[in-house]
Design a protein around this ligand. Structure first.
Ligand code: PAF
Length: 279
């Protein structure tokens, strides 16, 4: 596995591989790799001749007072995990490499970026779209891999690719979960022992909602109320949103049907977690 810090060097290397006919797969990450990332890397390895994994804690997607400073970082551990999973090239750019002083261009996917997480994190998806567009331009991948856990991010990135005619396929892969259902996330590391015990309630609420739908209830308000009631029974969880939305425009779905997304964001202590299920 090659570790590269400079965009130019990466671009030259990728061009060489493309000339040899290699298909390039990209897995963008903010590091502190976990089994969700590993599943993306392994799938990329199956599909593509060269797998590039980027590790960059992107400052522009964190709002004031968010966890940019304390976001977990451990490059040596990441190198080992990335290599084991089949990464060919690890791209670890510096802040100066990505956002030099002269940087002034941002990508804003209108409408979608303001819904769900965008309400409490108003600049988040502008930062995500911008860094991912930059990575697409540097790596020029045929395919790029993201987890469905960040469903809104995935939908926004697919929209960006379509709207800006980017020549890349955005592939979404299923959420990887702990045995007790908690969606795997780098932020789970912030949870205290007690909070970690409570955290699976988010998924349990989503499962409850899905079960209600499967047994014939399609009224969103009723389904969501039951899921909220379940969460309310646990102390220490504050719901940011719990919504049934359609996957195209992320607007509220009054009736739940096939392809409705039930999505939650909630605070457990100081940690904000997200999760979702698709009907
Ligand atoms: O999902 C993430 O880890 C980040 O939002 C991403 C896509 C790597 C952009 O910084």
């Amino acid at each position: 596995m090659k570790v590269i810090k400079k965009s130019k060097e990466l671009q030259t290397l990728i061009e060489r591989e493309k000339k040899k006919g290699k298909i390039i797969g990209l897995v963008p990450t903010m590091g502190y790799l976990h089994s969700g990332h590993i599943s993306l890397i392994k799938r990329a390895k199956k599909d593509c001749g060269i797998v590039v994994v980027s590790i960059y804690v992107n400052p522009t997607q964190f709002g004031p007072g968010e966890d940019y400073q304390r976001y977990p970082r451990d490059l040596e551990r990441d190198k080992k995990l990335a290599k084991e999973a089949g990464t060919d090239i690890l791209f670890v750019p510096s802040d100066e490499e990505i956002y030099p002083d002269s940087f002034h261009t941002y990508i804003q996917v209108e409408e979608l970026s303001g819904r769900l997480c965008g309400v409490s994190r108003p600049i988040h998806f502008r930062g995500v779209a911008t860094i991912v567009a930059k990575l697409f331009n540097i790596v020029k991948p045929t395919k790029a891999y993201f987890g469905w856990k960040d469903a809104q991010q995935l939908i926004i990135l697919k929209k960006m690719v379509k709207d800006l005619n980017m020549d890349v396929e955005v592939v979404g892969l299923p959420t990887v979960r702990e045995k007790d259902g908690l969606a795997i996330s780098s932020r789970n590391k912030y949870l205290s022992k007690q909070e970690r015990k409570i955290a699976p309630i988010l998924y349990q609420a989503l499962v409850k909602a899905k079960k209600m739908v499967n047994s014939g209830e399609n009224n969103s308000a009723r389904v969501l109320q039951q899921a909220k009631d379940l969460i309310k029974k646990k102390k220490g969880v504050k719901i940011d949103y719990l919504k049934a939305i359609n996957l195209i425009d992320l607007k509220d779905a009054k009736k739940i049907k096939k392809n409705t997304l039930i999505a939650i964001a909630a605070w457990i202590g100081k940690t904000r977690l997200i999760d979702n299920v698709i009907i």
